[in-house]
Design a protein around this ligand. Sequence first.
Ligand code: HEC
Length: 154
Amino acid sequence: MKNWLRGFTVLTIALMLSGCAKKQEPASQASPGSPTTALKSAFDDGPRAAAAPVDEGVVKQGEKLFKDKGCSACHAFGRKLTCPDLAGVTQRRTAQWMEHQVLHPEIMTKQDPIAHELFAKFALQMPNQGLTEAQAHAVIEYFKHQDHELSTHK
Ligand code: HEC
């Protein structure tokens, strides 16, 4: 890649980051010639969450938490509110990535390239809703359940 273009890429990324993070991403994120590296997330390796069977025993609890913990104020399934539409989210992400997003959204938007891109797109920081790991698991199983329902009742 031409030097000026590389400089431009690095500058653009630096500008994007400066809004919410003082620390710059590792240089590898800005490596020229491979635009996809910018979206590589350490938590998003491996099969999508939907590939694993649903832990049906916690789905009801997850559904309740989704309302009680305020998630439904911002998110819906198959409808775009002010935040990402969660329909199909378990086909887009790994369970591990979603767990990190739910437990540490404020860290994810700064350090994880996927969350950072969502943050740039929606111009809103998802708040930390203080879920425990077990609660995050239940909510993610609820998402998997929703995606299974949507794909079997088409
Ligand atoms: C104030 C609005 C708001 C609330 C409340 C909220 N979120 Fe979010 N959520 C967002 C935004 C905005 C993003 C995109 C990342 C960012 O900008 O922080 C997001 C991203 C996500 C994602 C990733 C979506 C994708 O397409 O990959 C998941 C999963 C998620 N939220 C789950 C939850 C859960 C579970 C709760 C409740 C515990 C919750 N959110 C509460 C605003 C919200």
